[in-house]
Design a protein around this ligand. Sequence first.
Ligand code: HEC
Length: 164
Amino acid sequence: MTRSLLVLVCLALGCSSAPAAPPPDPHAELAELDPRTPVPLLPRMAAHQRAQMRGHLVVVQEVTDALARDDLAAAASAASRLGTSDSMTAMCTHMGAGAPGFTERALEMHHQADAIAHAAREGDRAATTRALATTLASCTGCHAAYRQEIVDEARWAALTASAH
Ligand code: HEC
């Protein structure tokens, strides 16, 4: 038998003694492809954060729409839903407990949204638009830096032990 025939027979019969590789874990594969800093969250926190985020996007959509219609009162009213409040601060602090720097970015973005509402109440269309642009830069900056990572109770407790 020629050498190349031997190789072919060997391939056909599966002569390798190496064990079959385990099937790839799709979550681990995605995490490896995504270099952003993980924000560890319990599943219910992750779902809540996503719902909040979709609400944030509705606010910036409404502010843009109001600006296009020159309705600064509507812009102020929409932006105030994105502004700083005790409950928002508490929520962002909780969400960022396992990811250094996350809460600071979140609170910064809400401060910038305060500036949208302030400028709109003053009737300053240009300043309102500028504050909207600054706020959106905070949104995109954080999205470029962080991603959600779903963890169980034990891992959450371990990761946030020093934050309590
Ligand atoms: C402090 C960080 C931070 C800021 C600021 C921030 N986000 Fe997010 N946002 C996230 C993270 C983390 C995710 C989850 C992304 C992931 O895992 O890929 C997310 C996801 C989203 C999603 C997807 C929601 C879903 O259903 O999957 C939307 C929409 C969104 N953000 C809108 C906004 C808007 C609009 C702003 C600004 C007004 C904003 N975000 C500001 C961190 C932030």
